[in-house]
Ligand binder design. Structure first.
Ligand code: MG
Length: 285
């Protein structure tokens, strides 16, 4: 199942794709609206199935005529993984890590597919990072790697757009990873049953103005989705709706010679096989 969250005319809505790929759904305020995707995930996968059955009977939602939102607008945690591909670690001047490089984002940085990524006044070093998102369905602590994928409800795509000079101003990357409207998340959530276990073996490609700039397989991740869940839950309780932004492969702009940064009017697309295309334009603040 594919669930898309959207807004139109000041009202939020949720839609699900049918077998023909056409989305049907309802707006908040309609008696059939089942609630936000985040609230459904918190209720469990049966609630998601029930909601899908209801949404399928709703009117067609043309996703080109509404504003897509992040599938989950307020995840309790946005856990990002840096340096999770060997080639990207090396191009960035780091040794591939033996423990994942964890940083966090705030919900204030999130935007949906089709919304502009804002290049801030403060910097011209706005870079793209195409990544797969792992969405937690069932929470837990001390989750064994062998059980970890049972805790995943689905997958999505993320552009972890980074302000490089701010990212490197200090050893903590937090500021450079949290400028407003730099975390593109979408276009929708694909439930785990539609993808290979752990989202492995999927072709991931980032295109900037149509030129391929990142081209990899999610199998190249150093720490798989299952491993990340096991490692993270050693320290903290994962909760329904938390998202893990699983890292980017080689090809980012700052590691290129000459460097390649995104500017006003650019179009950045990230495509992951079996999930979709996350497309955003870049607009100056
Ligand atoms: Mg990243």
């Amino acid at each position: 199942m594919r669930f898309a969250a959207f807004t139109s005319g000041g009202k939020k809505g949720l839609a699900v794709a049918g077998a023909d790929g056409v989305f049907h759904g309802f707006f908040d305020g309609n008696s059939e609206y089942p609630g936000s995707l985040g609230s459904l995930i918190a209720k469990g996968s049966e609630a998601l199935d029930t909601a899908a059955a209801v949404l399928k009977n709703g009117p067609v939602i043309n996703l080109n005529q509404v504003q897509l939102l992040p599938p989950i607008q307020t995840p309790g945690k946005i856990i990002c993984v840096g340096l999770n591909y060997v080639d990207h670690s090396l191009e960035s001047g780091f040794t591939p890590p033996s423990y994942p490089t964890i940083f966090t984002r705030f919900t204030s940085s999130l935007i949906g597919a089709g919304s502009p990524i804002i290049r801030p006044k403060a910097s011209t070093q706005l870079d793209y990072e195409g990544e797969m998102v792992v969405v937690i369905g069932t929470g837990g602590r001390h989750i064994a790697e062998a059980d970890a994928l049972k805790h995943v409800i689905g997958y999505s795509i993320f552009n972890d757009a980074s302000i490089r000079d701010y990212q490197m101003k200090s050893p903590q990357w937090t500021v450079g990873k949290n400028f407003d409207a730099t975390g593109a998340f979408g276009p929708w959530l694909v439930t785990a049953d539609e993808l290979p276990p752990g989202g492995t073996g999927l072709h991931l490609q980032t295109r900037l103005n149509g030129t391929v700039v990142q081209d990899a397989s999610t199998s190249d991740m150093i720490f798989s989705a299952a491993k990340l869940i096991a490692i993270l839950s050693e320290a903290l309780t994962l909760s329904p709706g938390d998202i893990i932004v699983s890292g980017t492969p080689a090809g980012v702009g700052f590691a290129r010679k000459p460097q390649l940064y995104m500017k006003h009017g650019d179009v950045c697309e990230i495509e992951i096989e079996g999930i979709g295309v996350l497309r955003n334009t870049v607009v100056d603040e």
